[in-house]
Design a protein. Sequence first.
Length: 255
Amino acid sequence: MKAYKAYCLDVDGTIYRGEQSIEHAADFVRRLQDKGIEPFYVTNNASKTQAQLCERLANFGITADPECILSSAITAAKYIHRWYAGKSVYFIGTDAMGEALRAEGISCVERNADIVVTGLDWGISYDKLAQACLDIRNGATFLSTNRDVAFPSERGFLPGNGAFTALISTSTGVDPIFIGKPESHMLEAIRHEHGFRKDEMVMVGDNYDTDILAGIRFGIDTIHVNTGVSRMEDVLTKDVPPTWTIENLEEWEVI
Ligand SMILES: [Mg+2]
């Protein structure tokens, strides 16, 4: 065990699984908070607001600081604010995306944007896709919240933001900057805002290809939990395995 100051927690597969809580997760967060450590929550989900994500965590017995919750939409807004200050944005996404952009004071326009950003949008249409393509052909920078091409639902696997991103990419010939894991922009946003050193940070998650790779690419320690997508025996055979592998969060002693 090592003492970290910034625990960056994945949520789905680490804290809950769909509507089911994952054993020991809420208790782990409480043990962190008892030591004065407020954890961060990093999720590729771009369709929910900070308040909605906070409420979801509360349903699983976790009192989170809303400011410590980073979705890929919130991170995209922070990224635009930091690197493209003053630029206008055309977005495809839910109200959560609009709220995240407004929170950073970003001006959203209906056409001729400097930046196009896409996230999952339940009301996606030909017109929205066409406008995104037109702006990108006119030179707009193309950002996308995540690569997820499909996500599970009660009906089966449904098309995710990555699938619509691929459509725009195919039509324009322009590849986007992806914001979500396995890219490390969420972790960089946490480091930048709070001034942590990389050796004070750790990424905790169930999925090697997103959570653990994001941590490895960012150059911080990683903890793999065997409660979700990637199996422990598989992650141990990787060229770059996680720093730590545990069955569940009860095994992690907070020091
Ligand atoms: Mg996960």
